[in-house]
Design a protein around this ligand. Structure first.
Ligand code: HEM
Length: 250
């Protein structure tokens, strides 16, 4: 029996995805503008988010549905610690601060973990599938924009256990199969899609809060030029058929 949850998630979050790609922060990013200060703040906030998400997924890993979609090889916390050491130095723990939007994101994950843990699946989907998709192109942009030494500063998007594009593609197919194997009824599927849309919103709020930092770094004029036009989103097309031009950036 397939719940078709993977397709429902992709279809049901298309609009949110397009909005995420069209945030001012991401528009600058896609133009190769990656400023160190806002970028390291993003990494810091994602560290708070992933630490919470991964601890809660582990705590609930024997939950019948969470267990089926629990893949510890996706965990980002250790890689983010390496990134934070790189961007802030050894005492990063004393320097990083949660943004208001970062706190709200963490609070939502904690709330669900204590009330309706099955909805954590939506949060895992939004972050991990994103990291395995557009994240792979963003990694290349970060590396060239900041002229990074090899293997430093891009741990967020390095999956040591999925070292090639083919391995990532195969894993994403496995992840979608796992989503489809969940015994969810229509009501629960709708709730998971709604929560995924909310997870996109929480992500957008984090990058919105970083916009003043980007503006300060590149100047209001350039910021306005880069951010005034919207583009169609990457998940408006069919799965797997989307990353062509992005991967061609290799
Ligand atoms: C400029 C930024 C982004 C670009 C260029 C981008 C690009 C892409 C592409 C090309 C895909 C399709 C991959 C495939 O079908 O195999 C994709 C999928 C996805 N992205 Fe993004 N993305 C961006 C930002 C984000 C953000 C900020 C999030 C969430 C935090 C996100 C979450 C996802 C998810 C969950 C999928 C999987 C959709 C599915 O179910 O197939 N993306 N992205």
């Amino acid at each position: 029996m397939s719940s078709d949850l993977a397709a429902r998630l992709r279809e049901g979050t298309k609009h949110s995805h397009t909005m995420a790609e069209n945030t001012a922060f991401m528009k600058c990013f896609l133009k190769g503008i990656v400023e160190k200060e806002p970028f390291r703040k993003l990494i810091a906030n994602l560290y708070f988010v992933y630490s919470t998400l991964e601890a809660e997924l582990l705590r609930h890993s024997s939950h019948p549905m969470i267990g089926l979609t629990y893949f510890p090889e996706l965990n980002r916390k250790t890689n983010l610690e390496k990134d934070l050491t790189f961007y802030y130095g050894e005492d990063w723990r004393h320097q990083i601060v949660a943004l208001e939007a970062g706190k709200a994101y963490v609070a939502r994950i904690q709330e669900l973990a204590n009330t309706e843990p099955v909805l954590l699946i939506a949060h895992a989907y939004v972050r991990y599938m994103g990291d395995l998709s557009g994240g792979q192109s963003l990694k290349k942009i970060v590396r060239s924009a900041m002229n990074l030494p090899p293997d430093q500063g891009t741990g967020l998007h390095e999956f040591e256990q999925l070292p090639t594009i083919e391995a990532i593609r195969a894993f994403k197919a496995k992840y979608r199969d796992a989503l489809n194997s969940l015994p969810v009824d229509d009501t629960l599927a709708t709730k998971i899609v709604d929560e995924a849309n909310y997870a996109f919103e929480l992500n957008r709020n984090v990058v919105h809060e970083l916009e003043p930092d980007v503006k300060a770094a590149i100047g209001e004029h350039v910021f306005d030029l880069i951010t005034r036009q919207d583009k169609p989103g990457s998940t408006e097309r069919s799965p797997g058929n989307t990353s062509v031009e992005l991967i061609a950036a290799d």
